[in-house]
Ligand binder design. Structure first.
Ligand code: AMP
Length: 526
């Protein structure tokens, strides 16, 4: 099929041709005609499938007729992250260059003034993250009564990020008669409920089975002790012909720590996470896109949809907590038909997370070894994940005995080439199943050292060939302490004020007028 058969006008077709695209992707082929007919669309599609053009192209076509009034946008696109919103805006610029449409990008971290000025001029397309959108609405800078088309993109990500109440509020402010396009990579029941609530008699368009990693990505997984993770990462960075890479951490604070560590070791790395100021986020991403940075250490804010072609590697420095995130993260490489490589660095406590990922992708991730580093077994026992931040390995088993089950070190343990591992043991029962059966839980419990026994702590840092130095141990202890303190702070919902109780609440109440002079004095000092 050719783009010209989809019902798009000459201006849009010219822009598509300029972009170098000849054939529509499956989501474009299926969705564009329905959008042009004014139908609601429920799209189950991942990023990387061409879904952005699937809604931007017909929207440009529809919005080409008519004019926007001041503060009354004609269409609204909601995106979960600022980066995705900016990327959608780029798509509008690319494909809308022969149509005169006004666009405004409303994202946090940027000046309200410029965004308000744009809204005042009247916008055809408003692209926003939910938080900033509501801020501007509450300040009276936007009227939503003229919205003809609403796009909710990456709905499952919105759910993960806690944006659903905002979305429900925004949708409640829109006209009932409108066209709604709703996209999600996965359709869990909560997302299906929202789709039922927001869409009217939609056409359903599904392209790839959700959460299937691109066939162009070669995957590998290494299991190391927690304190060896950086070493394993540096090994891959030096030996695997890495041109550029995304390196994902689970926590924002770990992004900063790992970034510093890589810079200290001479790597050309930048960092990207949600707590950074927007100007720095944009600048870093641009530098990575332009090839000025080789490595981008990031949180999951960069996992979805960031579209940079030619990224050779993705590293999961931490095994993701949610198996879908694994698919999104590794999807940053192997794009546009190019090949890519994705390495996951797991610790023994990540057993259950690895199991969940392998269940989702329907296969075992081939294991690799790193020369000079021990390769402990994954721990699939109950509570293994809760021990995260421990010293690694099966916590309750004395080190000596665990070592027997380890793979050989030195020459024999040289990092196996990923392809070689992929080819090995194709039909065997997945490793995790075999190992679980071989390790009776009672045996482990019997070997548990007495509480407070320090023996294994000393043995937890054996010398290994080409091994760690004192600073590695110190860093590691420091990391563990920090992690224990943080306890997945990024994921745990904060109840009430959390740690951020405003100072005025903590301040002692002003004593009544009749109070003694001493008390009054103390109050004024505080
Ligand atoms: P998306 O899923 O929207 O993030 O798009 C993924 C990538 O596919 C982007 O780099 C697009 O520029 C590219 N793309 C979109 N449509 C086409 C097409 N018809 N042919 C080839 N590449 C496309």
């Amino acid at each position: 099929m050719h783009f010209s058969e989809l019902g798009l006008g000459p201006e849009v077709l010219r822009a598509v041709e300029d972009a170098g695209y000849t054939t529509p992707t499956p989501i474009q082929e299926k969705a564009i005609p329905w959008v042009l007919q004014g139908r609601d669309v429920l799209g189950c599609a991942q990023t990387g499938t061409g879904k952005t053009a699937g809604f931007t192209l017909p929207m440009i076509e529809i919005l080409a007729q008519g004019r926007a009034k001041a503060r009354m946008p004609r269409s609204l696109i909601l995106e979960p992250t600022r980066e995705l919103a900016a990327q959608v805006a780029e798509n509008f610029e690319t494909y809308g260059k022969y149509n005169k449409l006004n666009m405004a990008l409303l994202i946090g971290g940027e000046s309200f003034g410029d965004q308000i000025k744009k809204l005042e001029r009247g916008v055809d397309v408003l692209i926003a993250t939910p938080g900033r959108m509501m801020d501007l609405f509450d300040r009276g800078n936007i009227l939503l009564t003229d919205i003809k088309i609403l796009v909710i993109d990456e709905a499952d990500r919105m759910l993960d990020m806690g944006f659903i109440p905002d979305i429900e509020r925004i949708v409640g402010l829109l006209p009932k008669i409108r066209q709604t396009l709703f996209f999600s990579a996965t359709m869990p029941p909560e997302i299906k409920r929202l789709a039922d609530q927001f869409l009217m008699n939609p056409r359903e368009v599904t392209v790839a089975p959700p959460a299937s990693p691109a066939a162009t990505v070669t995957q590998a997984l290494v299991v190391v002790d927690d304190m060896d993770k950086r070493k394993a990462l540096r090994h891959f960075l030096k030996t695997d012909d890495v041109k550029n890479a995304f390196i994902f951490c689970n926590r924002k604070k770990d992004v900063a720590i790992l970034h510093q560590s890589l810079v200290k070791h001479g790597f050309n790395a930048g960092a990207l996470h949600g707590d950074m100021v927007q100007s720095k986020r944009t600048e870093t991403l641009e530098a990575f896109k332009a090839g000025k940075l080789d490595l981008l250490v990031c949180s999951d804010v960069a996992a979805r949809g960031i579209d940079i072609s030619g990224v050779s590697h993705v590293f999961n420095f931490d095994t993701p907590h949610h198996s879908e995130d694994y698919v999104h993260r590794i999807g940053r490489t192997g794009r546009a038909g190019k090949s890519g490589r994705a390495f996951t660095i797991a610790t023994p406590e990540d057993g259950k997370l690895v199991l969940a990922i392998e269940k989702l992708i329907g296969k075992e991730i081939p294991r690799v070894l790193v020369d000079g580093l021990e390769s402990p077994e994954l721990d699939f026992s109950e509570g293994a994940g809760r021990r995260r931040g421990g010293r690694g390995g099966k916590k309750d088993e004395p080190r000596r005995d665990r070592d027997r089950s380890r793979r050989p070190r030195g020459e024999a343990a040289e990092a196996a080439p990923v392809e070689a591992v992929a080819a090995a043991e194709p039909d065997q029962e997945p490793r995790h199943r075999r190992r679980r059966d071989e390790r009776p839980a009672q045996e482990e419990r019997a070997e548990r050292p007495a509480r407070g026994e320090r023996r294994d702590r000393v043995e937890a840092y054996p010398r290994v060939e080409g091994g760690r130095d004192r600073s590695d141990y110190r860093d590691h202890r420091e990391d563990r302490r920090r992690r224990r303190e943080e306890q997945d702070e990024d994921r745990v919902p904060v109840i009430g004020f959390g740690d951020d109780v405003p100072a005025f609440i903590l301040r002692a109440a002003r004593p009544p007028k009749a109070a003694s002079a001493t008390e009054t004095g103390a109050d004024s000092e505080g």
